[in-house]
Design a protein around this ligand. Structure first.
Ligand SMILES: Nc1ncnc2c1ncn2[C@@H]1O[C@H](COP(=O)(O)OS(=O)(=O)O)[C@@H](OP(=O)(O)O)[C@H]1O
Ligand SMILES: [Mg+2]
Length: 445
């Protein structure tokens, strides 16, 4: 028993050191790979190293100029600013959780919740309310204020109000005019309650998941802040804040705590990009990634967005698929069977949250599959932003019957056929659909 445990840790420590060593060697090659300038050169394919498929976003390139154009350009500008600001709040709360200065709570339905879930919802809706008229910002969002009521909710509410004001006071860093005076408790509750809209097929509404992957968030791992806009039942704009998504895609193989240890042992130089990005897209446009540079717990400077696109790999043997971390959210045994049938040889990438969509959109993985237990109804906020970003990066997203996801039916994705498949291209996508059909009847889902 002792030998088994010690071998297990030896292997893990070895792996960690190998990766650190690999990173350090690579740093030497690139000068400083995390340096904004060399990273941008590399992103543009002008660095001193040929970009490879393993480089994920690094192989991609055009830099976006100033403000976004297109039909939803202004909305997208505001949405990106709101998400960038929200990432400041969420990163700060995650650090506090990891330092045990903060604890997660649970809602009435027993799901996990933190100061950041409510805080981000308040910050994002407040930013939108400063930029648009009341009638332009109906919102379908995950959180409401029920669990903040009464004596039990009071302590949490106080922390939420504090976190929101602490964050809004810094909003000028993101080009957002801060409030003249701190928001009161009622203002914060009102902002959160904007998220109770029903959605549906008519008109425009925003869709927000303030902290997607709360479990990953609490564990110090990947999570996402997801904002989308739906117009007449179609997602037309999507923004994903992924503050822990590493620059180097191979780091997605590890729990983020290894990454934290490694960056403590070998701290990246100040002002350099090593993790965190905001991805964004508008319909019939392109998909963009804006690196985030934190100094401690706040943004230091903003870096120009870069165009991203999906991987060009079509051979299943070379392709990597990602899926939810938790077996209870998606059947790992069913996807393992599919992987076998399809000839996917690489280990699945298990990543919390919509960071999985981000991974497919920027070429870290070719496939994202999710097969929830029968009877589970997917929520629109868990998918809207990610689906559009993958599509605009050149990918395909459908249910397992090959039909587009339907965002026009309110707060839930009604009529979903079996599961969700997001893919870098049509060829891989149709192979997966065929494999699902072939194995569905013998599955226990
Ligand atoms: N099958 C099923 N049952 C219950 N809840 C589910 C399921 N699938 C997804 N979810 C909700 O979606 C969020 C995270 O899902 P992921 O797909 O990223 O899974 S995982 O965290 O990687 O395991 C997470 O929600 P939030 O973190 O609150 O946004 C989960 O509660
Ligand atoms: Mg979610």
């Amino acid at each position: 028993m002792f030998i088994c445990v010690s071998t297990f840790y030896k292997v893990r420590i070895n792996l960690l050191y190998k990766t650190i060593f690999f990173n350090v060697c690579d740093s030497a090659q690139l000068g400083d790979p995390c340096n904004i300038k060399s990273t941008q050169l590399a992103l543009e394919g002008r660095g001193n190293r040929a970009p490879t498929n393993q480089d994920g976003a690094r192989k991609l390139g055009t830099e976006m100029s100033q403000e976004r154009e297109g039909k939803y350009g202004r909305e997208l500008d505001v949405a990106v600013q709101a998400i960038q600001l929200a990432c400041v709040l969420s990163q700060r709360v995650q650090e506090r959780l990891l330092d045990n200065e903060e604890v997660a709570g649970s809602k009435n339905d027993e799901s996990l919740v933190t100061v950041a879930d409510w805080g981000v919802q308040a910050v994002v809706t407040w930013v939108l309310s400063q930029a648009f008229n009341e009638e332009e910002i109906p919102m379908v969002a995950e959180e409401d204020t029920r669990d903040l009521r009464g004596m039990e909710g009071m302590a949490m509410l106080r922390k939420v109000v504090h976190a929101v004001n602490e964050c809004l006071m810094e909003s000028s860093v993101m080009g957002i005019v801060p409030p003249r005076q701190p928001l009161g408790t009622i203002d914060v509750l009102k902002a959160i309650n904007r998220g109770t809209t029903k959605g549906g097929p008519v008109g425009r509404h925003w869709v927000l998941d303030p902290i997607d992957g709360t479990l990953g968030f609490v564990r110090g791992d990947q999570y996402a802040i997801a904002l989308a806009m739906v117009e007449n039942g179609e997602v037309v704009l999507g923004v994903l804040g992924c503050p822990n998504l590493p620059l180097r895609s191979e780091w997605l193989n590890y729990h983020h705590r290894y990454y934290r240890v490694a960056s403590k042992l070998f701290p990246p130089s100040p002002g350099v990009w090593h993790k965190g990005c905001v991805m964004s897209a508008q319909r019939a446009g392109q998909a963009w990634m804006q690196p985030m540079i934190f100094d401690g717990t706040t943004f230091r400077q903003s870096v120009a967005p870069q165009l991203v696109s999906v991987s060009g790999i079509v051979d299943p043997a070379q392709a990597r698929f990602c899926e939810p971390v938790e077996k209870s959210n998606s059947s790992h045994s069913f996807t393992a069977g599919l992987a076998d049938t399809l000839g996917l040889r690489k280990q699945p990438l298990r990543v919390y949250s919509m960071a999985k969509y981000a991974a497919v959109a920027r070429g870290d993985a070719e496939i994202f599959m999710k097969f929830a237990r029968a009877g589970y109804k997917e929520k629109i906020w868990d998918h809207a932003a990610g689906v559009l970003i993958v599509q605009e990066a050149g990918g395909v997203v459908t249910d397992a019957g090959g039909r587009p996801l339907d965002f026009s039916k309110g707060r839930r994705l009604e009529g979903l056929d079996r599961g969700i498949i997001a893919c870098s291209g049509k060829k891989l996508h149709s192979k997966i659909i065929e494999a699902v059909d072939a194995s569905w009847n013998s599955s226990t889902l």
